[in-house]
Design a protein around this ligand. Structure first.
Ligand SMILES: Cc1ncc(COP(=O)(O)O)c(C=O)c1O
Length: 417
């Protein structure tokens, strides 16, 4: 499968075949493909300043990018640590969490709590707190002081929910089990995706994130939202934190940050996290962490131009406005053969298919391939097809996604039994 060119809502194969992008590339191209403004901003920035070292030295693009980002972040997120990917963002947030507790004189707070079915990229910290066993299998011992909350998937009660499922707020109480086992005074942070994306689209049950926030606050545990997928309008608000009105202590981000044009990630932190780390003598290194390409001028320019497009085209509001239409459309796939669940929130949809006997994932892969051959790019994890189109999508194109995916599922079901 090859892609050679992209424009607007479409990719084109090397032979010139047009593909509707139902996945925003890989959850990143939220403003649609080929945005000249971003390309031109990147080109102008690196013509002026190709590179500047990020250790001890700053440059105007990094500050302008941080200011522009702060304008769309929830209140009290005043500082950003720039990195170059979502995996680095997750890793950085985990390191900041531990360093925060060291700085506050509670170095025994080392445990990191993730969640089953969570995805936080592919670095060692991320796969340790991540909850996808396959991603860990080949890599030997990982971080040891790690626990996992139970996942929030509950098809028996919540199948075919529209938006946030009604049942499952109490799954957050699983944190009390972990606190009971280790003592809150040993736990540094909880990291979750507000909506689990890569594991197959799991919107949070109503009240779940609120409860998690409450338990973390009561016990002095930092709450990290990994918003690598949910950030930048995917859920019809700048961040899921705003959509769900739950304020974490840190937000990890990447993907939609630059519309996918230039690799970039970041960790936004609230004042108390930042300030705790800034107590050392002037000139000392506050956090022994950073990457050669942190805050690269090209990435900063891309971020600024991307945020301008999101604002001028009102794309976050647009996503919110399309949500009901999207929901109606994706739930029509309930009628397709072998569909056992449909989940949606924002401009995200998940279609879970009945696994083939003894061959988990085979039906999902087959549908994915047939959709590709039929001119639609989606994403597959196991037997769940995930859709997350650019926020510029039209209603007709939403219908087209549903039609093409419906055809792929029907063809696959006719052949694979
Ligand atoms: C929630 C989440 N965190 C982290 C990552 C890793 O990002 P990257 O692939 O840029 O390292 C992803 C990627 O899909 C993600 O969905």
């Amino acid at each position: 499968m090859l892609l050679a060119r992209a424009e607007g809502m479409h990719y084109f194969t090397p032979e010139g075949r047009q593909m509707l992008d139902g996945a925003s590339g890989l959850w990143c191209v939220n403003a649609g493909h080929g945005r000249r403004e971003i390309v031109e901003a990147v080109s102008a920035a690196i013509s002026e300043l190709d590179y500047a070292p990020p250790f001890k030295i700053g440059h105007p693009y990094a500050f302008a990018a941080a200011d522009a980002l702060k304008a769309v972040l929830p209140a009290d997120f005043n500082n950003i640590f720039f990195v170059t990917s979502g995996s680095e963002a997750a890793e950085t947030a985990l390191k900041i969490a531990r360093a925060y507790h060291v700085a506050r004189g509670t170095p025994e707070r080392v445990w990191l709590v993730g969640r089953e079915r969570g995805y936080h990229g592919v670095n060692f910290g991320g796969i340790s707190v991540g909850g996808i066993p396959h991603n860990r299998a080949a890599f030997g011992p990982l971080l040891q002081e790690v626990e996992h909350l139970r996942h929030t998937h509950d098809p028996a009660r919540n199948a075919f929910s529209r938006g946030q499922p009604e049942n499952g707020a109490e799954f957050a109480d699983d944190l009390l089990r972990i606190i009971g086992a280790h003592g809150a005074e040993t736990i540094a942070a909880v990291i979750v995706e507000p909506m689990a994306g890569s594991t197959g689209v799991l919107p949070p049950p109503k009240g779940y994130l609120e409860r998690l926030r409450h338990i973390c606050s009561e016990h002095g545990i930092l709450l990290i939202f990994d918003e690598v997928i949910t950030g930048f309008g995917r859920l019809g608000a700048p961040f899921a934190a705003q959509r769900f009105d739950v304020a974490p202590d840190m937000i990890a981000m990447a993907k939609g940050m630059t519309n996918g044009v230039i690799p970039m990630g970041g960790v936004a932190v609230r004042s108390h996290v930042h300030d705790a780390l800034m107590q050392g003598p002037i000139g000392a290194i506050e956090l022994m962490h950073g990457y050669t390409y942190s805050g690269h001028p090209a990435a900063c320019a891309a971020l600024i131009a991307t945020l301008q497009i999101y604002a001028s085209d009102h794309l976050f509001e647009r996503a919110r406005g399309l949500e009901t239409y999207w929901e109606e459309a994706v739930h029509m796939l309930r009628q397709a053969p072998n569909v056992v669940d449909v989940r949606n929130i924002g401009l995200v949809g998940g279609i879970e298919l009945k696994p083939l006997e003894g061959r988990p994932g085979a039906r999902g892969s087959d549908v994915y391939r047939r959709a590709f051959d039929g001119g639609l790019l989606v994403r597959v994890t196991g037997d769940t097809i995930a859709m997350s189109p650019p926020l510029i999508i039209s209603r007709e194109q939403i219908d087209e996604i549903v039609e093409k995916l419906g055809n792929a599922i029907a063809e696959s079901s006719a052949e694979l039994v």
